[in-house]
Design a protein around this ligand. Structure first.
Ligand SMILES: Cc1cc2nc3c(=O)[nH]c(=O)nc-3n(C[C@H](O)[C@H](O)[C@H](O)COP(=O)(O)OP(=O)(O)OC[C@H]3O[C@@H](n4cnc5c(N)ncnc54)[C@H](O)[C@@H]3O)c2cc1C
Length: 389
C-alpha cells in the first residue's frame, strides 16, 4: 500500500498550486468586488486569457484523451488538480474540456460538437432536470415526436448549468412514453439557433443556471446522439463521469478556509487571550482538519477505483455525500471562528458558505447518495468492509 505521490504527480500538483497562487488567487479581491455589484467574477475573455496562459505551459484538457489534444490525466491526478483549483473561489477551470458523452458522437457530430467544445469555440450544456423531475430523472416529460425526417421537441428544462451561455444543448426527451427510461428516452444535440430559449435563474450562489423552453423545436435526425431510445443510459454516464471531482474541489476550499481560521484564531484576542487558546475554538479546528483528511482519502480512493476501471459508483457516492456534508460543516465553523466578520461580505467566507451549499444538492442530493449507498449494501453489491474485502 502506497499513500505517496510519485515524482510526476507531485510535479503536476505543484505546478497547479503555483499557477493558482500566482495567476488565479490575485484576482480574488476584484472577483469579490464585481460579484458584490452583481457582475460575473470573470468575463469570458478573462477566463480565456487565463486558460491560454495555462495552455502555453502545456496545461489543457486535463481529462481529455491525448488523441484529442488533451493531457489524458488519470482520475487520481485530476482529483489532485481539482483540489488545488478549489483553493481559490475565482471561477477558474482549465480549458480543453468536453462532456464525456460527446465522445459517443459519430464522426460528423464530433466535428460539429465535440472538437469545437474542446477548443473552446462552442459551449455545451446538459439538460435532463425538469420542473417536475429532478432526483427522479425517469419522470421527465419533455417529448420528441417524429415529423417527416425531423424530430419536434416540446417541454421545459430547469437548473441547467451554462444554459444561458451555451451554443448547444444535449437535451433528453421521451421518444416512447410506454418504454420510458428503459428504451424510450433519446438524447438530442440541439443548436440554440434551432429555436430553444433560456431564462436565467437567480440562486444563492454566484453562477446562475437557466430554465430552457422547447416550443416545437425542429431537430434533424442526424442530431440524435447515440441511438434513439438509448438516451437514459447516456444521461447516467454523464452524471457518473466525475462525481469524485465535486468533493475534490471542496478539499481545496476547506484547506484554505481552515488556514484562514488558524490565522484568525491566532490573531483575534478576547478577554486578554488569542481565541486559539480556547478549547471551543481548538475543537472546531481539530474536527475540521480530521474531516478534510478523511475526505481526501475518500476522494482519492474513489478516483483510484476509476483508474482501475472497476465499478466506482459506490465509492464516488460516499465521497460526494461526505464531502457535501463536511464541507458545509467546516465552512460554518470557519464562519463562526471569524465572528461578525465571517458574516460580512468583506471576507470570502460567506461566499464559500453559499457556494458549498450546492454540493449537497446537484448531481445527486445527499438523500439520493444515501439511497444509493444503502441499496448497494442491502443488495450485497458493496460491503461495509470496503474495497479491501
Ligand atoms: C445550481 C444548480 C445547477 C444544476 N445544474 C444542472 C444541469 O446542468 N443539468 C441538469 O439536468 N440538472 C442540473 N441541476 C439539477 C439538480 O441535479 C437537481 O436540482 C437535483 O438532482 C435535485 O432535484 P430537485 O431539485 O428536483 O429536487 P427533488 O428531486 O424534488 O428533491 C427534493 C428533496 O427530496 C429529497 N428526495 C427526493 N427523492 C428522495 C428519495 N427517494 N428519498 C429521500 N429523499 C428524496 C431530495 O434529496 C431533496 O431533499 C442543477 C441544480 C442546481 C441547483
Amino acid at each position: 500500500m502506497d499513500f505517496g505521490l510519485d515524482g510526476e504527480q507531485r510535479e503536476i500538483r505543484d505546478w497547479v498550486r503555483t499557477f493558482v497562487r500566482r495567476e488565479v488567487a490575485p484576482l480574488e479581491q476584484e472577483v469579490l468586488r464585481r460579484e458584490r455589484l452583481g457582475q460575473p467574477g470573470l468575463t469570458r475573455d478573462e477566463l480565456k486569457e487565463l486558460q491560454d496562459k495555462a495552455k502555453a505551459a502545456g496545461f489543457f484538457g486535463t481529462l481529455t484523451p491525448q488523441e484529442y489534444g488533451g493531457m489524458g490525466l488519470s482520475a487520481v491526478m485530476a482529483a489532485l488538480v481539482e483540489a488545488e483549483l478549489g483553493r481559490s473561489f475565482v471561477p477558474f477551470r482549465f480549458g480543453g474540456y468536453a462532456d464525456n458523452i460527446l465522445f459517443h458522437g459519430n464522426e460528423e457530430q464530433k466535428q460539429r460538437y465535440l472538437l469545437p467544445t474542446i477548443s473552446g469555440e462552442r459551449i455545451s450544456c446538459f439538460a435532463i432536470t425538469e420542473p417536475g423531475a429532478g432526483s427522479d430523472a425517469k419522470a421527465i416529460r419533455t417529448s420528441a415526436r417524429k415529423e417527416g425526417g425531423d424530430w419536434v421537441i416540446n417541454g421545459e428544462k430547469t437548473f441547467i448549468t451554462q444554459g444561458n451561455e451555451a451554443d448547444f444543448v444535449m437535451v433528453f426527451a421521451v421518444t416512447d412514453r410506454e418504454k420510458g427510461a428503459d428504451g424510450g428516452v433519446t438524447c438530442f444535440l440541439v443548436d440554440r439557433d434551432m429555436g430553444w430559449k433560456s431564462e436565467p435563474i437567480q440562486t444563492m450562489g454566484q453562477w446562475g443556471p437557466a430554465a430552457l423552453v422547447f416550443d416545437n423545436v425542429r431537430v434533424p435526425e442526424e442530431n440524435v446522439l447515440g441511438e434513439v431510445g438509448k438516451g437514459f443510459h447516456l444521461a447516467m454516464q454523464w452524471i457518473g463521469q466525475g462525481r469524485y471531482l465535486l468533493p475534490a474541489r471542496a478539499i481545496g476550499s476547506c484547506e484554505r478556509l481552515v488556514e484562514m481560521a488558524l490565522e484568525q484564531a491566532n490573531n483575534r484576542v478576547t478577554f486578554g487571550q488569542p481565541i486559539a487558546s480556547y478549547q471551543a475554538i481548538q475543537w472546531m479546528i481539530a474536527d475540521s482538519a480530521v474531516e478534510i483528511e478523511a475526505l481526501r482519502w475518500l476522494v482519492l480512493h474513489a478516483a483510484w477505483l476509476v483508474d482501475q476501471g472497476v465499478d466506482s459508483r459506490h465509492a464516488q457516492s460516499m465521497a460526494k455525500l461526505y464531502g457535501g456534508i463536511k464541507a458545509n460543516e467546516i465552512v460554518d465553523r470557519v464562519l463562526q471562528i471569524h465572528g461578525g466578520m465571517g458574516y460580512t461580505r468583506e471576507l470570502p467566507v460567506e461566499r464559500w458558505y453559499r457556494e458549498l451549499r450546492l454540493l449537497r444538492i446537484y448531481e445527486g442530493t445527499d438523500e439520493i447518495q444515501r439511497r444509493t449507498i444503502a441499496r448497494n449494501l442491502l443488495k450485497g453489491h458493496a460491503k461495509v468492509t470496503g474495497s479491501l474485502g
